[in-house]
Design a protein. Structure first.
Lengths: 298, 326
């Protein structure tokens, strides 16, 4: 409760929290909120300016921009949640193990993280996604999931696996540092002296005390995940149209046509500003959370 | 310190080995069969088989890997299969590297010139409206997607804007303020470099400002700052000589790490502005599955990044005597 109060007194963090809440609601209630289907084309109404019928205008195939943006929120939130789960599932236990046991376990895990970090960030994600894609598609075809291949849902899997598989290293490093610091504290030594099993010492005594930086890191990371999904989809490696993603809406609209007719600013500003707003929101919220959870750094 | 550097040097070849194996595996199993890419979709299966044999793609993974490494060590990174058909990858990269290096250099200089003073001011005037504005700029710098800034800033700065005054026939126009690159790179001192370099520098500005602000706040609370003030030194001397110099040390680390990241990140900018650089080469290669080019570039950037990391760690020891002694 105290935490909520501290965030409420920090205007940027509050704004961030509201934007995140709004996007989450858009994602959950997309089918009810969107006035049109996200892939419903109407070539007679292509590239229309915002109007009562299409609040945010239409794109070059006459698809309603508002509907695509709302459904795009569902794609973004789904990717953010799944990638965060993968990061947690890999980074938390591996980081904790490296910090707690030290020795060769630490060396092995942290060297793997070093190798991950040695690759050039975004380019590596693109390479991994581009590599995984044909493999995953062929595998799905081989076991007879042709409908799934056609549906485009496997694109989500490619994006999620690429971002999750590359991104957990940062969290592992952070958790390791926290565990290294906490394992020398008296309450941990006390718990071990009482014969508490190791996994329980880690799960019940160490990790709860490291929860603050973990939450802050995850919150900041979510903005990055949204951005990376946008970039992947923009480049055509991520979610493919007609699947709705803010990145591929921008890619569809920011190309040659817009260069010729730049007065149609909604084509580029709407998906671009929505994506920027979400990244802003996570960064502001993460900053505010950091300050609210660490009052001593004030 | 010496032991630390030696440990890092021993780890270097192991790291390079893993990085190259992963890159090779991704390249080989990933973006599609290189022979298929070379011959197109409707190639004769027999031709494909023959060429696969000729190029050695039917050999086991480790043989192919060893061949690749042996060639790479002699400076032979294979040939482009698609856009720059039959050109050696090494030559291609050497041709494209100057534009990327110049672009990143300007971006980093811009980032330092803007980020360091911003962070300095924010750290000194902590919790004032100035601090708030600077922190807003920082978040903006990392939040605006490059794929959004590219078209919007191009629209604002590189295009003619015509206006007609209401109720008159008087028309006037302003711009374009900055020329576009469009495939013709004119080097470091051409105004064409400003827009792409500025977009790339936004991330640098954000990171440097944040680090400089935090560094200043930390350093200003140190005992030696109190001592310096107690001695009656002028505030300017305290800030510049005692505080700023110490707050700048971590900036050196970040700059080193950033070089690698920027080269990798610049392909979105290079592609939009049509800069004939490495970033665009990587982009084209990734889209067209030009397998040797992707591999060589990933490897090159990874190696550059690892070396920058090592260099920075060593440099750090020289900049901060406390680390050298411990």
């Amino acid at each position: 409760m105290q935490l909520a109060g501290r965030i409420a007194r920090n205007p940027p963090a509050l704004l961030g929290a509201l934007v995140i809440l709004m996007v989450a609601l858009m994602a959950i209630f997309a089918p009810a909120l969107a006035p049109y289907a996200y892939d419903q084309q109407n070539l007679n109404a292509a590239r229309q300016a915002p109007s009562p019928a299409h609040w945010l205008g239409t794109d070059d195939l006459g698809r309603d921009m508002l509907s695509r943006v709302i459904w795009g929120a569902r794609s973004a939130v789904f990717v953010i949640v799944m990638v965060t789960i993968i990061d947690l599932a890999l980074g938390l236990p591996l980081g904790a193990a490296a910090g707690y046991w030290g020795g060769w376990v630490d060396t092995l895990i942290m060297r793997v993280v070093d190798v991950l970090f040695a690759f050039p960030g975004l380019l590596f994600v693109f390479l991994v996604a581009a590599t995984l894609k044909p493999g995953i598609l062929n595998w799905a075809k081989a076991i007879g999931l042709n409908d799934l291949v056609r549906s485009g849902y496997l694109d989500y899997a490619v994006v999620i696996i690429a971002l999750g598989g590359v991104g957990w290293g940062g969290l592992a490093r952070m958790v390791r540092g926290q565990v290294l610091m906490l394992k020398e504290r008296e309450f941990v030594i006390g718990a071990r002296a009482l014969g508490v099993p190791t996994w329980r010492v880690i799960a019940r005594h160490i990790l709860p005390n490291a929860i603050t930086p973990i939450i802050v890191a995850l919150s900041m990371g979510m903005g990055d995940i949204a951005l990376s999904e946008g970039y992947l989809s923009f480049l055509g490696i991520g979610l493919q149209p007609p699947a709705p993603s803010w990145g591929n809406i921008l890619a569809d609209n920011a190309g040659r046509y817009w260069r010729t007719f730049p007065q149609m600013i909604w084509l580029v500003f709407i998906p671009g500003l929505v994506l920027a707003a979400v990244v802003f929101a996570f960064n502001f919220f993460g900053d505010g959370l950091n300050e609210a959870l660490n009052p001593e750094i004030e | 310190m010496a032991a630390f550097v030696i440990r890092r040097l021993v780890w270097l070849p192991i790291l390079l080995f893993f990085v190259s194996v992963i890159t090779f595996a991704l390249g080989l199993y990933g973006p599609g069969d290189p022979v298929q890419v070379m011959l197109g979709m409707h190639a004769n299966p027999e031709t494909i088989e023959r060429l696969r044999h000729e190029y050695g793609f039917d050999q086991p993974f480790y043989i192919q890997y060893l061949n690749y490494v042996a060639n790479a060590l002699q400076g032979n990174f294979g040939y482009s299969l698609v856009k720059y058909r039959d050109q050696p990858v090494g030559v291609l990269i050497a041709e494209k590297l100057p534009a990327t290096i110049q672009l990143n250099l300007v971006a980093i200089l811009l980032g330092c010139a803007i980020g360091v003073p911003l962070g300095l001011v924010a750290g000194l005037k902590r919790d004032t409206w100035l601090d708030l504005v600077v922190r807003g700029i920082v978040v903006a710098g990392i939040s605006f997607p490059i794929i959004f800034l590219n078209p919007v800033l191009t629209f604002i700065f590189s295009r003619r804007h015509e206006f007609t005054l209401a109720a008159t026939n008087f028309t006037f126009s302003i711009g374009p303020f900055l020329p576009m690159v469009q495939g013709h790179w004119d080097g470091l001192f051409s105004p064409k470099i400003i827009l792409p370099a500025f977009i790339e520098s936004l991330g640098v500005i954000a990171v440097l400002t944040r680090q400089m602000r935090a560094g200043m706040i930390e350093v200003l609370s140190e005992d030696y700052i109190r001592t310096a003030r107690a001695k009656g030194l002028r505030e300017r001397v305290v800030v510049v000589r005692h505080a700023m110099r110490n707050a700048l040390i971590p900036i050196a680390t970040i700059l080193g790490l950033m070089l690698g990241g920027l080269v990798a990140g610049s392909f979105l900018v290079e592609n939009w502005f049509d800069v004939p650089g490495v970033g665009q080469l990587a982009f084209d290669a990734l889209i067209s599955r030009d397998y040797y080019v992707i591999m060589a570039l990933t490897l090159l950037i990874a190696v550059a990044y690892i070396l920058a990391n090592l260099f920075v760690d060593v440099l750090y020891g020289f900049l901060d005597p406390r680390i050298r002694q411990s």
